[in-house]
Design a protein around this ligand. Structure first.
Ligand SMILES: Nc1ncnc2c1ncn2[C@@H]1O[C@H](COP(=O)(O)OP(=O)(O)O)[C@@H](O)[C@H]1O
Ligand SMILES: [Mg+2]
Length: 245
């Protein structure tokens, strides 16, 4: 579903460009839940944002659903991005719009009109268990509810892929567990491929099939979490992350 081939990202910074993501290859299968874990500044968000071209790669090829994204023009990229939803740590909801209107937003941008917009938006709110909160404004919702609205909005255009950047980092442990259950449900019921960035091993363990450990812009290790026995990290970064729990 996702294939990054020799992808790298440098930022202009003073005399020498800063390499936030060193050339790497990464593949995520259809229906997989893939984690990206690492300490702050490791390059996790940059790597995630490369997948939907929010960051433009300075090298390599980005493939999603069999389509090479880094060669598309702006219009084709907008179209392709409908197949890739994204949620963020700070929810990024429109504050002066109700939950329902927030979910309607991407549908209108996609050109959907009339009754179909609200109908599909309601369906998405139902999917995340918030049908009864459609008329509420973000300020009237808890953190967990806001993130569920953001998930509903991200799913509105029926994406094949959902990118999640630290989606539970602003939530308490109980709400985090609830939100992880929503994500698991979406993966299992809709078959949506999920890539989730986190600095929490507990989050990654609870949700992911596989995880890439990042340090200094590099994937230093990939671990398979589907095994019965606990994973044996080899890299220093992974060991320190595992000890930090
Ligand atoms: N737009 C940018 N311009 C310059 N440097 C950036 C930019 N975005 C990220 N970086 C740098 O790239 C590195 C990785 O950042 P990021 O991907 O946000 O890490 P993480 O999500 O793992 O905390 C950091 O050193 C950060 O300062
Ligand atoms: Mg980040």
């Amino acid at each position: 579903m996702i294939s990054l081939e020799g992808v790298a990202k440098s930022f202009a910074a003073g005399p020498r460009p800063f390499e936030a993501v060193a050339p790497l290859c990464l593949r995520v299968g259809s229906g997989e839940v893939f984690g990206i874990i690492g300490f702050s500044g490791a390059g996790k968000s940059t790597l995630l944002r490369l997948i939907n071209l929010l960051e433009r790669p300075t090298a390599g090829e980005i493939w999603v659903g069999g389509q090479r994204l880094d060669l598309l023009d702006a219009a084709a990229l907008r179209q392709a991005r409908r197949r890739i939803g994204m949620i963020f740590q700070q929810f990024n909801l429109l504050h002066n719009h109700s939950a329902l209107e927030n979910v309607c937003f991407p549908l209108r941008i996609a050109g959907l009109k009339g009754e179909a917009v609200a109908a599909r938006a309601r369906q998405c709110l139902e999917l995340v268990g918030l049908a009864d909160k459609a008329a509420h404004y973000p300020a009237q919702l808890s953190g967990g509810q806001k993130q569920r609205v953001a998930i509903a909005r991200a799913l509105a255009t029926e994406p094949q892929v959902l990118l999640c950047d630290e989606p539970t980092s602003a939530l308490d442990p109980h709400t985090t567990r609830e939100l992880l259950a929503v994500l698991r449900d979406i993966n299992q019921r809709l078959g949506v491929t999920i890539v989730i960035v986190s600095h929490s091993l507990a989050v990654v363990r609870a949700l992911c099939d596989r995880v890439a450990v990042m340090e200094n812009g590099r994937v230093v290790e990939e671990l398979d979490l589907r095994q019965a026995e606990p994973p044996q990290p080899r890299s220093d970064a992974a060991r320190r992350l595992f000890e930090a729990v």
